[in-house]
Unconditional design. Structure first.
Length: 86
């Protein structure tokens, strides 16, 4: 079994956003969707449904982004009112 970075996609209410992708990226999304659906034993997945989880995963694993985001949150919180840890 292949270890893909994305797991099973949850059904969530989306926000509509129009983007233009290079043809090569679209072809890769189609191929990724085929592999993911086969690995998960799910019916075919619409390639567009992969974009949000991929972007979400990218941002979640980007250490520089996490550091900047944490610093921004720290500046916006009054002393002693740190946000709860997840």
């Amino acid at each position: 079994m292949t270890k893909l970075k994305l797991g099973v996609l949850l059904d969530d209410k989306p926000v509509k956003l129009a983007v233009e992708l290079p043809a090569a990226v679209h072809r890769d999304l189609v191929a990724y969707a085929e592999v993911l659906s086969r690995e998960a034993g799910q019916p075919a997945i619409e390639p567009a449904k992969l974009i949000a989880p991929m972007v979400e995963r990218f941002m979640a694993t980007d250490r520089a982004f996490a550091k900047i985001r944490h610093a921004a949150r720290s500046r916006s919180q009054p002393a002693g009112n740190a946000p709860p840890k997840a």
